[in-house]
Write a protein that binds this ligand. Structure first.
Ligand code: SF4
Ligand code: F3S
Ligand code: FES
Length: 249
């Protein structure tokens, strides 16, 4: 038999809303998404929430729990004290559709803007060959489940809709880094592209994206900083500058 615990859940739509109080039974081993499901099964059958796998792999159940961007299905109730009120709100960076469901199409637009993998001319699919070391270098970035928690938490866009046009966000910086490390990608200047078109320069390395990533991808250290360093190298490194002058002649 579980115990009753206090919850506040944001209810509303694009026209507005507020936090509603609920007392919900909590049992051993449950996660926040279980509580949302219990609410839907009892007193709030119309509570909207996006989810799919309940295993931390689909990236659908992103929400803010006590103000922290988290996956509802991976946030254990045992991480809270018994007397703590648990507040569940939708992701703040994206427009609310209803209750805990937000419109994340910003991310799909940025995905479409990111130039796709470009294989070298004359190499047919099936003939691509890579060294294992190259496969491993970018493997970390391929663990991304597209939960968009990093996109939601980044201060560049979190309260600044006006920056969204010019800023692709950490999820697409790891995509750029992954392609940059790909030995067969013929799109030759991912770093300059990231600087000029993805808004890499807006990132001031606060690392909040890395802190919230449920896949523990070292977004800042392994993707953003190397991409920035190489852009800086190209722009300011006196040897690179000298080389470019000599070879241009
Ligand atoms: Fe989610 Fe991490 Fe991918 Fe960002 S990088 S979308 S936080 S899995
Ligand atoms: Fe944003 Fe991550 Fe940079 S949170 S500012 S993209 S380090
Ligand atoms: Fe799939 Fe939570 S339901 S990640």
């Amino acid at each position: 038999m579980g115990t009753k615990r206090q919850f506040k859940v944001w209810r509303g739509d694009e026209t507005g809303g507020d936090l509603q109080d609920y007392q919900v039974e909590v049992n051993e081993g449950e996660v926040v998404l279980d509580i949302i499901h219990r609410l839907q099964a009892t007193e709030a059958p119309d509570l909207a929430c996006r989810w799919n796998c309940k295993a931390g792999k689909c990236g659908s159940c992103s929400m803010e729990i006590n103000g922290m961007p988290r996956l509802g299905c991976m946030t254990r109730m045992s991480t809270f004290t018994e007397d703590e009120t648990i507040t569940v709100t939708p992701l703040r960076t994206f427009p609310v559709i209803r209750d805990l469901v937000t419109d994340v199409s910003f991310n799909y637009e940025k995905a479409r803007e990111t130039p796709a993998f470009a294989p070298p001319v004359g190499v047919a699919p099936g003939d691509y060959r890579m060294q294992q070391v190259d496969v491993e270098r970018s493997q970390e970035f391929r663990k991304c489940i597209e939960c968009f928690l990093c996109q939601n938490t980044c201060h560049v866009v979190r309260d600044h809709d006006e920056n969204k046009k010019a800023f692709s966000g950490p999820r697409y910086f790891i995509r750029a880094a992954e392609l940059d490390m790909h030995p067969l990608d013929a799109q030759d200047d991912r770093k300059t592209y990231a600087q000029q078109h993805q808004g890499l320069g807006y990132c001031n390395i606060t690392k909040c994206c890395t802190e919230v990533c449920p896949e523990h991808i070292k977004i800042t250290d392994n993707a953003i900083i190397p991409m920035k360093e190489r852009v800086v190298d190209r722009k300011y490194d006196p040897l690179v500058w000298l080389g470019s002058k000599i070879f241009r002649r």
